[in-house]
Design a protein around this ligand. Sequence first.
Ligand code: HDD
Length: 716
Amino acid sequence: MANNPHTKPNSGGPNDRDFRTTGDSKSENLETYRSDAEGHDLRTNQGSRISDNHNSLKGGERGPTLMEDFVFREKLNHFDNERIPERIVHARGAAAHGYFQPYDNAAQYSKAGLFQDPAKKTPVFVRFSTVQGARGSNDTVRDVRGFATKFYTDEGNWDLVGNNLPVFFIQDAIKFPDFVHSVKPEPHNEIPQGQSAHDTFWDFVSLMPESTHMVLWTMSDRAFPRHFRNMEGFGVHSFRLIDKQGKARFVKFHWKPVAGTCSLIWDEAQKLWGRDPDFNRRAMWDDIEKGDYLEYELGIQVVEEEDEHMFDFDILDPTKIIPEEQVPVTLIGKMVLNRNPDNFFAETEQVAFNPANVVPGIDFSNDPLLQGRLFSYLDTQMLRLGGPNFHEIPINQPVCPFHNNQRDSMHRQTINKGQASYEPNSIDGGWPSETPPASEDGGFESYQERIDASKIRARSESFGDHYSQATLFWNSQSEAEKEHIIDAYTFELSKVGRPWIRERVIKEILPNIDLELARRVGERHGIEAPSSKPAPAEELGKSSLQESPALSLMARLPKNIRSRKVAILMADGVDADAVETARNKLEAEGAEGVLIAPSMAPVKAANGQSITPDAMLNGQPSVTLDAVIVPGGELSVRSLAHFGQGLYYVQEAYRHLKVIAAVGEGKSLLSAANVPIQEDGIVLGNSIDDIFTTFSEALGKHRVWSRNAKAAEMPA
Ligand code: HDD
């Protein structure tokens, strides 16, 4: 129990202020609670040794089970109560531990302890999630991804509870229950799971023009990231950082993935629902186990208080970004996720994030969505985690000591000593006592923003522009991304039963983003879109920027092939040298070659060598990997080509814009599958050495975008 903060010898006294943690301090703290059964007897929760865990106590071998059987009753009773309510949103998630380390420029913006010393590592726990689906839903659905980070700082927990998209659907938190009710599975039949493609969602968003910008982002490929390591993260709201002199600045927080940004293809994402519903969480888990960690840089956009009103939008409006071209992102630190949780329930499920958890040096803004969130998280966690003591659950505890006069309630773990549970007191020496604010190690003090206003239920006029940043986003997409967005609206609306909702989207919303977008989606629904923008001028707004290159996923494509997974297809008769060389060369660049055969039986190579496959064609289909290599070996290629799944493998990879390389006879598998061979992204040669550089460069661009239009012709 040595590391429990409640039992530290000096806790509660002035020495607490000298408490300093390390990048591993959360792990040390959790060690107190880890339990390892190795070498231990099976016992009841009361400690009684169990002699028979297979048979309940009965009145005779064939008789009734007896009430007296406390071993049986305790076991069933606990099992019957294993589940807790899932999160009302973001129910499905996966998490990892790691650390954050600031750069030497961070301290100038905030007095928060975690930013002061570039040598200092602060432990973090990050949970990635989808919003709409239930805890058991699929990973690769079209949805926003939660990106919630708990920093266990020396001064308490700071939670940056963000998403992978920088804006939100609504401007005022009072609309959150309406929004969530509309997007969740419909109440009469609980359909559909993990999707926004249904009537109530499109009904709501088409009646709420402020949602247009965010809906457009969710119709982009960002809504199904290839890997958590390949998505950006955003704090969304404007927050404040307070420096040592007490000066406040507005900031927007960004996570920039070191591995670059890239996404799945919609058809691929949908197929993954069935092929590997755990695609994203599995990839994160496996990569961390392998030592291939996830890395992000923390960035801030800084706006001086006096510049608050210099933009053509309101920085308190959460449906707006601050374009990076207007205020560049300054990188102030790096986060590495390098340890999987020991227990999903204890850590990932029980972790409780709350944007209201801040430390001195970080403060809020008046964004009305953020203000509502400051209430909502603690409230929902009372229900989900069973009362007000969930801060004592190991994963939620700060790593610094924490003492106050809060007492009792359900499941209280702390044994508070002393008689005085009030402050001030003279019985327990006046402890615990307040800490005055200071430039270092001070108590939390809210930024003293001057407020002089009437109480009013209203929306500021400065929040009135609902479309110009949506147009900005649209203008900033590459041609392939635009086509995917058109496909996405077309698909989603095809699932909407009520014709008037489809019409409303096509005639009243989309034209305000872009007339061509509306026309193209309209065409595919047999609905004529208007030829001019229908919204009033104040809603249309006016963005001073026409284009923001940073808004395209292509702006931050991965620069190399690290962490990529490549299928190496083989059957009996394969060229063993080609298999081995391909695998070694991939590994040398930080990628992984996965050996895939028709079955799990070892493959007999042309040279007689026996090669054990990693997976089967239908066990690890092309949608689960980034590219395909077909080595030579006449017999191998002929048998793959003879096999429907072999043909389908390369057809599907082609359809999903993946790089395909074929060595020697490997080419004939592509021909047999009707995959065009004279094209960008199809790499042919006589040996792996011949093709590897071209292959690696093409894979480094993630997809073969030039194939976008043609790929749809492939029947896979
Ligand atoms: Fe929220 C969970 C992110 C608006 C109310 N939210 C939740 C999680 C993330 C976000 C990442 C999951 C945390 C976890 O992994 O446990 N939410 C956001 C962002 C928002 C946002 C980036 C807008 C910028 N949320 C928002 C509003 C409200 C909520 C306006 C209510 C007023 N969010 C909740 C919640 C959840 C939640 C219902 C569900 C489970 C939980 O809090 O602990 O309270």
